[in-house]
Design a protein around this ligand. Structure first.
Ligand code: GDP
Length: 197
């Protein structure tokens, strides 16, 4: 897919204030620092479409970007910030649950995982939530340029082994690097294929 156009549309805390649309949307989420903003900028070929994150203040926003006037890319607020209060975590959870319940056009959630790390509780819990809600998701193992391909593949194999303990069917996964652009074509092709269904 060629990205001809990428426009920022809205930032909201509530799904009902997000663009009213029949166009499909694809959301990106992950623990803080996983490389979400870098990946969004890499996919769209825009240097600063998504702001690389600093510690969130009180407002965590759902950001909608319209791509090629054809589909929305959604930057969801991340989770797993070490210093976040219980109240903020609960507010995040409510926001995400409400978002997932109220976006019938949500085609897929990309769950970003750092390809160097073992399975993290926050990610596994988030996948459980997606499973419970029946939201389709795909895993993206990020920052693959930071270690050898063999190490990445070994880590992914271990990850999938952990998932097998709870999931009957393993989710689809892809690898990405914002530095080498690994994964760009595959992710955009996947979106293009789902859009055409
Ligand atoms: P976010 O918090 O998930 O939005 O993460 P960012 O995109 O802000 O990235 C966090 C840090 O990791 C930044 O210092 C990025 O430059 C770095 N980073 C993100 N993706 C990659 C990647 O694919 N390769 C490398 N080497 N660094 C990355």
């Amino acid at each position: 897919m060629v990205i001809k156009d990428a426009k920022f549309i809205t930032s909201n805390t509530r799904a009902d204030l997000c663009p009213q649309t029949d166009l499909p949307e694809y959301a990106f989420i992950g623990r803080s620092n996983v490389g979400k903003s870098s990946l969004i900028n890499m996919l769209t070929n825009r240097l600063k479409l998504a702001k690389t994150s600093s510690f969130p203040g009180k407002t965590q926003l759902i950001n909608h970007f319209l791509i090629n006037d054809d589909w929305y890319l959604v930057d969801l607020p991340g989770y797993g910030w070490a210093k976040v209060s219980k109240d903020s975590r609960e507010a995040w959870r409510k926001m995400i649950l409400y978002y997932m319940k109220n976006r019938p056009n949500l085609a897929c959630v990309f769950v970003l995982l750092d390809s160097r790390l073992p399975p993290q509780k926050a990610d596994l819990e988030f996948m459980e939530l997606l499973g419970t809600m029946g939201v389709p998701f795909v895993l993206i193992f990020t920052k693959t340029d930071k270690q050898s391909g063999t190490k990445t593949d070994m880590n992914i194999a271990l990850y999938l082994k952990t998932l097998k303990e709870t999931w009957e069917e393993l989710p689809m996964y892809m690898k990405s690097s914002s530095s080498t652009k690994e994964g760009r074509e595959e992710i955009l092709q996947f979106i293009s294929d789902v859009n055409q269904r």
